[in-house]
Design a protein around this ligand. Structure first.
Ligand SMILES: [Mg+2]
Length: 160
């Protein structure tokens, strides 16, 4: 059967409407992820607006999100300690610190291993988090950190 002009137009119409539907779906998923319509994002982009995910739009939301992340981290630390035991996790603190030391030594020897260092810093931070939970010293560490940072800041200002 030969296609007439009407069929050709119908085919093109179906093709265009299918593409429009796909665009609509894309718009909807962009809106779902960012919280903004494509048009809004474009306007914001044109006006130089700093894009932030909707969850960070207010101070209350920031503290909620940060709080949830801290709680989540704490529960992962607690579960790790419960799973492998305090002894094993204490040893892991030292193991991860020595892995970081090793990578810093390689940097000194001229290797560009910033990625490896970043990975080991993350490992050490995770293990220090568990150490604070195991010894229940999180609050004390925070206190010392604030005091020491202030002291350091004063010393640096004195240098100027
Ligand atoms: Mg490691």
């Amino acid at each position: 059967m030969k296609k007439g002009d009407g069929d050709m137009y119908a085919d093109q119409y179906r093709h265009i409407s299918a593409r429009l539907m796909r665009l609509d779906e894309l718009n909807l998923s962009i809106q779902k992820v960012s919280g903004y319509t494509v048009e809004q994002l474009f306007q914001m982009f044109l006006s130089g607006y700093e894009l932030k995910p909707p969850e960070y739009q207010s101070v209350e939301n920031i503290s909620k999100v940060v709080g949830a992340k801290v709680m989540n981290e704490l529960s992962v630390f607690q579960r790790a300690i419960a799973t492998w035991g305090e002894d094993a996790q204490m040893k892991m603190v030292l193991e991860e610190m020595s892995e970081l030391q090793k990578e810093i030594c390689k940097l000194w020897r001229g290797k560009d291993n910033r990625d490896a260092i970043a990975e080991e810093v993350a490992d050490v931070e995770i293990m220090l988090g568990q150490l604070k939970v195991m010894l229940d010293i999180g609050g004390d560490v925070g206190h010392h950190k604030t005091t020491k940072l202030l002291r350091l800041q004063k010393r640096l200002e004195g240098q100027g």
